[in-house]
Design a protein around this ligand. Structure first.
Ligand code: BTN
Length: 321
């Protein structure tokens, strides 16, 4: 109900909508409308009410509860069920718990403060002050476990497209799944799966987006490597709108992938990648290889041609350009 009410008020930005019209459209009494308006005010929505004119929406808060996100959502199934937490150790583990309790494809776990977040290669991904996004998307794809890394690349494409659209910033991908602006990391993606050798039970895609943090919000040792949309643009963003746009983009690409395979996603990924066509250092657990990044293969593996012309398949590494 909250969601429908906000949608109606958003349809005519800045204009008053009468209590009568709202109660007719939502099929409830005017007292019920007044109660919902009051609840929205408690949630931080700024609403003006005027006798005989009705209500108008003045400002939407920067919150990420289910209704804040859903008012911007245009998907058929992704994000239709959202579990929001003010603070949680890691959304990845929360998502696993929902899976154990029968969660279905497209359910999303979101938090405003992550206290024990997981990054790649055992790193941490934490933040506080409700300035960033941590979310984990539950999927149940009918694909082979070998193909699951393709979903990480697909997610990177979805997030790049969403952020470019919402911010006009020049966001690009650094293999395998870091999103950068001006060479600094803005987004991290972590994919985990529950599977048997031939069967995927579920996949959890974790996405962390640095949105409204200032320089001082990052630990000193991270300041030359990490950044936020705010630092790069001087503007703050409503996190719920960003999440909805990511989900909108994701669903389109995911449906395309399930129907037609990886090739279109791969082409899109390559068009947003900065590391391809350049000489880079790939630091793997065993060695550091210097060479020309020529492309990725269908498993998302990076292909690196060294100075002797030998092609190396890089499965996991830190990349330096
Ligand atoms: C990376 O190391 O680049 C991946 C970072 C992934 C962070 C996200 S935030 C949401 C989800 N929950 C976690 O604990 N990790 C992922």
């Amino acid at each position: 109900m909250k969601e429908q009410l906000i949608k109606l008020l958003l349809k005519e930005p800045g204009a008053f909508v009468s209590g009568e019209k709202l109660s007719e459209e939502l099929g409830c009494s005017r007292t019920a409308i007044w109660k919902h308006i009051d609840a929205l005010r408690q949630d931080g929505y700024r609403l003006e009410s005027a006798p005989r004119k009705g209500y108008r929406l003045i400002e939407v808060p920067d919150m990420m509860k289910a209704h804040d996100i859903k008012i911007h959502l245009a998907t058929k199934y992704i994000g239709h069920k959202i579990h929001y937490f003010d603070a949680v150790p890691t959304t990845q583990k929360e998502a696993m718990k929902y899976i154990q309790n029968g969660a279905t494809e497209g359910e999303l776990v979101v938090t405003s403060n992550q206290t024990n977040g997981k990054g790649r290669l055992g790193r941490v991904w934490n933040f506080a002050q409700a300035k960033a996004i941590a979310m984990s998307l539950i999927l149940k794809p009918d694909i082979s476990p070998m193909k699951v890394p393709q979903l990480t690349l697909l997610t990177a494409v979805a997030v790049v497209r969403a952020l470019r659209k919402q911010t006009n910033l020049d966001v690009s991908i650094k293999w395998p799944n870091d999103l950068l602006i001006n060479g600094k990391k803005i987004v991290g993606i972590l994919t985990e799966m529950q599977a048997e050798p031939d069967l995927v039970h579920s996949v959890v895609i974790g996405i962390g987006i640095n949105v409204n943090q200032e320089q001082d919000d990052f630990a000193e040792e991270l300041r030359d490597k990490a950044s936020s949309l705010f630092i790069e643009s001087g503007q703050t963003y409503k996190r719920a709108e960003l999440i909805a746009e990511v989900l909108n983009e994701f669903e389109g690409l995911y449906d395309l992938y399930l129907e037609s395979g990886f090739s279109v996603i791969k082409t899109l990924w390559e068009s947003y990648a900065i590391s391809l066509g350049s000489h880079i250092y790939a630091r793997t657990a065993k060695e550091t290889i210097y060479g020309l990044a020529t492309g990725i293969n269908d498993d998302g593996v990076l292909l690196l041609e060294d100075q002797e012309g030998q092609i190396h398949s890089i499965y996991s590494a830190d990349i330096e350009m």
